[in-house]
Design a protein around this ligand. Structure first.
Ligand SMILES: [Zn+2]
Length: 292
């Protein structure tokens, strides 16, 4: 059982975590949002969901108690549980957002976001740095979970706010495994001392956590590659592969396995290790030469 996350937690002198109060099977205990900095003007990372008065009340209480306002709001990615609360924050905390800039990495899907016109969203640039009293944050592009995902590197603490790229409890789902693995590698290369995830508890051993995830993915990938090598003259569709690679899979896990195998195959396709014609997968000849 994951440790219970309180509604408001002072994590350190320059980090306060406020839970989005939006628990669900997808969001776990809810979205973690973070107030960063130690001065009068601070940064909020992520916004929780729309229509959650409890979250707005907690955020207001913290801002009032600290006597601070928001200089910037950073959105890790365009999912409702991270950006949905933005309009409510501007509507209900006007005095705290008077000079607040909102930032996000742009995505073609942004047109589908339900953001009122008067809230302007600026575009992050890769490597861009923001400084408020007590905190310098560098923007870290980390696509994979979504195409617009960014993480945040708090330089003073060598801490990473990972959004949904790395979760505190359980494994993050992703749209693009090739990108996700690359993003995890980028985060690992910083050797962060701690990761503050978008959902779940604080990760105090980030390198181990990333390593564990990578191992798990590699193991699956190896199973697929070995199967395709052993059957190199044949090609298979996704359904065949799920049955043949994951033997004796219970019926209720088939859907999840299909999604997973599709992610792996698309990653292998990007790496030129498999080819696809008419929806059927086959090992690429070059893969046979390179010993796996
Ligand atoms: Zn999320």
């Amino acid at each position: 059982m994951a440790a219970v996350i309180p509604c408001v937690t002072r994590i350190s002198q320059n980090i306060i975590r406020i839970l989005g109060c939006n628990p669900s099977s997808e969001t776990q205990q809810g979205t973690n949002t973070y107030i960063i900095g130690s001065g009068k003007r601070r940064i909020l990372i992520d916004c929780g969901e729309a229509d959650v008065p409890q979250y707005i009340n907690h955020l207001r209480a913290v801002l009032n108690y600290e006597g601070i306002d928001l200089a910037h709001i950073f959105i890790s990615h365009g999912h409702e549980d991270h950006i949905g609360g933005l309009a409510d924050i501007f509507e209900h905390l006007k005095d705290k957002t008077k000079h607040c800039q909102v930032w996000k990495h742009p995505s073609p899907k942004d047109s589908g976001l339900n953001i009122p016109k008067h809230i302007e969203i600026e575009n992050f640039k890769e490597g861009q740095e923001f400084a408020v009293e007590g905190a310098t944050i560098r923007i870290l592009r980390s696509p994979g979970h979504t195409d617009d995902h960014v993480a945040f590197h708090l330089l003073e603490d060598n801490a990473v706010f990972s959004g949904d790229c790395i979760l505190g409890d359980g494994v993050a789902v992703c749209e693009d495994l090739f990108d996700q693995v690359h993003s995890l590698g980028e985060i690992a290369s910083l050797r962060p001392s701690v990761v503050y995830p978008g959902h779940g508890n604080i990760i105090h051993n980030p390198i181990e956590t990333i390593h564990f995830y990578m191992q798990h993915q590699m193991q699956r990938e190896r199973m697929i590659i070995e199967f395709l090598i052993n059957n190199k003259s044949q090609s298979f569709n996704n359904e065949d592969l799920v049955k043949l690679v994951y033997e004796n899979l219970p019926e209720k896990q088939v859907k999840a396995a299909l999604t997973s195998i599709n992610h792996h195959l698309l990653k292998l396709l990007k790496e030129d290790r498999v080819r696809n014609s008419n929806g059927k997968w086959q090992i690429n000849d070059i893969q046979l030469v390179a010993s796996y």
